[in-house]
Design a protein around this ligand. Structure first.
Ligand code: SF4
Length: 358
């Protein structure tokens, strides 16, 4: 068995990248996963890459890509007597005026939960209150929401709803390629791919001639993915490859896919920093609409007010890095986040702040 942290192996991989990089022009590789950004920042991978190879973070953090409008909707519901249940990360994301945390301090009933099941248990116990679970996340968390809704489908529970903010990753990758953003290849997300398998990447890979390599989260995984991408580009190829074979099966997690397909259908949805992404969201199917808060409550049109100076949109599109933001580390810190990318552990600004080298 290979030791994934073998220093000699890592050194060999870096040397190989440097050698292969001599045969290519400038290359921009995007990853779409906060965990990949952790590995890259923690182990200083950017610093050891040759000048002509850049690896940029994209829209890989579910909290970050949740729109301000969705956060303001949760706040509107909290103001209107709903109990808002949310995962910890969402609690601190600023809306246009306030965050859910601030609303809680003003007396709104906002509760942090570890899972949708915990929120359901509360709703069953406190029947006189209406509960909303803010359901966020990509393909990795949508099955958990789906499984819970399947178990509730035929039960008499009229006081539990979800604010559905789930999103699908491959469509936003395709959008980035289709927009002609300068981008040569993708390191595909390891966790998402354990669910989706490789299939969603084949079409965009072929259509846009962009190498796509699924990678794990050890430094050697990321380095190997870069080597695989470089080799494809040197050979004039564009194919989907799986570096993370120890966790990702080509067909993905079939059971999780079945749950997703039972409960959700693809819908067009805006992402923070992006326009509407075709098939970028998971909408609830007709049989599960009774859990959709939008079906239950007439929510007024909410206008977004993006904070002045914040460049989260450009960071999420891979056009800028947090260090390009004038507010980074000065006005905007994890204790006082201005934009969504500074809140979650998976957010690029937060990760840059954590591993910043001063
Ligand atoms: Fe937005 Fe803060 Fe990141 Fe700047 S550092 S882009 S203000 S989240």
């Amino acid at each position: 068995m290979i030791n994934l942290n073998d220093r000699a192996l890592i050194k060999k991989a870096i040397d190989k990248i440097n050698k292969l990089a001599e045969k290519v022009d400038n290359l921009k590789i995007m990853h779409v996963c906060g965990s990949h950004e952790h590995t890259i920042c923690k182990y200083g991978i950017r610093e050891v890459l040759p000048e002509n190879i850049s690896v940029v973070p994209g829209p890989g953090c579910p909290v970050c890509v949740t729109t301000q409008k969705e956060i303001d909707t949760a706040i509107y519901l909290a103001d209107n007597g709903y109990v808002i249940t949310t995962l910890g990360d969402m609690y601190r994301v600023p809306g246009s005026e306030k965050s859910l945390m601030e609303k809680q301090s003003e007396g709104c009933d906002v509760r942090i939960v570890y899972s949708i099941s915990e929120a359901v248990k509360m709703a069953k116990k406190e029947k006189d209150k209406k509960f909303v679970f803010v359901a966020i996340g990509f393909e990795t968390t949508a099955p958990t929401t789906g499984a819970e809704l399947i178990s509730l489908k035929n039960k008499d529970i009229g006081n539990f709803f979800i604010l559905n903010c789930h999103r699908q990753t491959p469509p936003v990758m395709e959008f980035l390629l289709s927009e002609g953003v300068y981008l040569d290849a993708f390191i595909c997300p390891g966790h998402v791919s354990t669910i989706t398998g490789l299939k969603p990447y084949y079409e965009p890979c072929k259509k846009y001639n962009a190498p796509m390599v699924v990678a794990g989260f050890e430094p050697i995984d990321v380095l190997m993915a870069i080597i695989m991408i470089l080799k494809q580009i040197i050979n004039g190829e564009a194919k989907v490859e799986n570096e993370y074979m120890r966790a990702v099966k080509p067909e993905g997690n079939v059971l999780a896919q079945k749950i997703i397909n039972e409960v959700f259908e693809s819908v067009d949805i805006p992402w923070r920093g992006f326009p509407v992404i075709k098939n970028g969201g998971f909408g609830l199917r007709k049989e599960y609409k009774k859990f959709d808060i939008y079906e239950h409550e007439d929510i007024p049109e909410i206008k977004e007010k993006i904070p002045k100076g914040c460049i989260c949109d450009k960071i999420l599109r891979g056009e800028k890095l947090p260090t390009d933001c004038p507010l980074f580390g000065k006005v905007c810190t994890p204790l006082n986040p201005v934009g969504s990318c500074m809140v979650s552990d998976e957010g690029t600004c937060r990760i840059f702040y954590k591993y910043r080298r001063i």
